[in-house]
Design a protein around this ligand. Structure first.
Ligand SMILES: NC(=O)c1ccc[n+]([C@@H]2O[C@H](COP(=O)([O-])OP(=O)(O)OC[C@H]3O[C@@H](n4cnc5c(N)ncnc54)[C@H](OP(=O)(O)O)[C@@H]3O)[C@@H](O)[C@H]2O)c1
Length: 349
């Protein structure tokens, strides 16, 4: 049965992406999208790709309806809490794309963000990476979708931790990320003259996604996993390319790594293993996944240096946010995980 959905914070980049997927989804009816800045304006005026697909206009958030089946929250972090509290009192399922409910530990939240305004609800949220928490997501009332960088690091690394093929100390994740990850609001760092042509390390230590990466990998490991995350802004609009460097045991082989990935992602249609010869596309890269919900994962063992390089590529606005949110919606509502999401990208692009 078709589900009525609404999107709070729909004028932003994740909101716009969610509207796009929701309009194509066979089981979704978009009943409301909110924006205070663009209240009353047609959605297609802000999202020209949606012209001809919807006549919806943005509603001011004070007119937010609560009689929906699912609400998606695309607000900045620290702004989702009031909506989560409100919808916890209704029958609606809640899918929060912000960071507000990703962390289980309020002290970790305070360390990376600020004091949490509803710590009593942290334990009620399921972390929204279906490849890790599929069964819990199916039963969840509140899903906290993973961060985009976190998704790219966790998907590449979790199977290696689970199979104990890498050392859990000294893991380094280096990510290249496009400008849409910063959202639609103006910022000097994304202003065209400042961003064009850049390769900029903007948070070489202490990036907020470190907290959720360590939370999830530590849970798989059974004890603390420490990860150093260094993202670089590069001249892409969409896309993340991540390389994770980790120490290895001497008996690691390609076959063992393949088996570990294949087993971990056996029921995960959106993860593709990429490690080829005789093609330009030997490893994951963002272009083939742009506009899709795929996460491409690859690896290379460097026996001489005693390390493995794990590689991943996702579209931050799809597998890193809007698409992953729809994937969670499908699971929460008993639909096939691929519903409305099973599209290849473009080539060439
Ligand atoms: N961009 C990404 O790649 C990405 C990936 C994963 C997760 N995320 C997370 O997803 C969330 C949205 O990101 P974004 O990139 O879409 O941000 P964005 O482009 O800056 O959009 C933010 C949206 O939130 C609305 N908003 C702001 N304060 C609000 C409030 N108090 N109540 C209701 N609506 C409010 C804005 O609406 P108005 O028009 O009313 O101002 C706007 O529609 C963030 O928490 C971000 O960290 C982003």
């Amino acid at each position: 049965m078709t589900k009525k959905i609404s999107i709070v914070g729909a004028s932003g980049y994740t909101g716009g992406e969610l509207i796009r997927w929701a309009l194509m989804h066979p089981e979704m009816e978009v009943v409301q999208v909110t924006s205070d800045r663009f209240a009353g304006q047609a959605v297609y005026k802000l999202n020209p790709n949606l012209r001809g697909f919807t006549q919806l206009a943005f509603s001011p958030v004070k007119e937010l309806k609560t009689d929906v089946d699912t609400v998606f929250l695309c607000t900045p972090h620290e702004k989702a809490v009031p909506y989560v509290k409100k919808f916890m009192e209704t029958g609606a399922k809640i899918i929060d794309l912000s960071a507000d409910f990703r962390l289980k530990d309020k002290n970790e939240y305070a360390k990376y963000y600020s004091e949490h305004q509803a710590p009593e609800l942290l334990g009620k949220a399921v972390y929204g990476i279906p490849e890790l928490h599929r069964e819990e997501i199916k039963k969840a009332k509140l899903v906290a979708c993973a961060g985009c960088l976190a998704t790219s690091v966790i998907l590449a690394t979790a199977p290696m931790i689970k199979s104990k093929l890498i050392s859990v100390s000294g893991i380094i994740a280096d990510a290249k990320i496009g400008s849409s990850a910063g959202g639609a609001a103006f910022d000097i760092s994304t202003h065209h003259p400042e961003r064009m042509g850049t390769v900029r390390s903007y948070k070489p230590k202490g990036h907020r996604h470190t907290a959720e990466i360590e939370q999830e990998l530590s849970a798989i490991n059974g004890s603390k996993v420490s990860v150093g995350l260094t993202p670089h802004g590069v001249e892409l609009i969409r896309g993340i390319s991540t390389a994770v460097y980790a120490g290895i045991s001497s008996d690691i082989t390609d076959i063992k790594v393949w088996k570990a990935y294949r087993s971990f992602f056996a029921d995960s249609p959106f993860v593709r293993l990429v490690k080829d010869q005789g093609t330009l596309y030997r490893y994951p890269e963002p272009k083939p996944v742009i506009g899709t919900n795929f996460a491409d994962i690859g690896f290379e063992i460097d026996q001489e240096k005693g390390r493995i390089i794990l590689m991943s590529a996702i579209d931050n606005l799809v597998k890193g946010s809007g698409g992953q949110a729809i994937q969670c919606f499908n699971l929460m509502n008993g639909f096939d995980e691929k519903t409305g999401l099973w599209y290849p990208g473009y080539h060439p692009i």
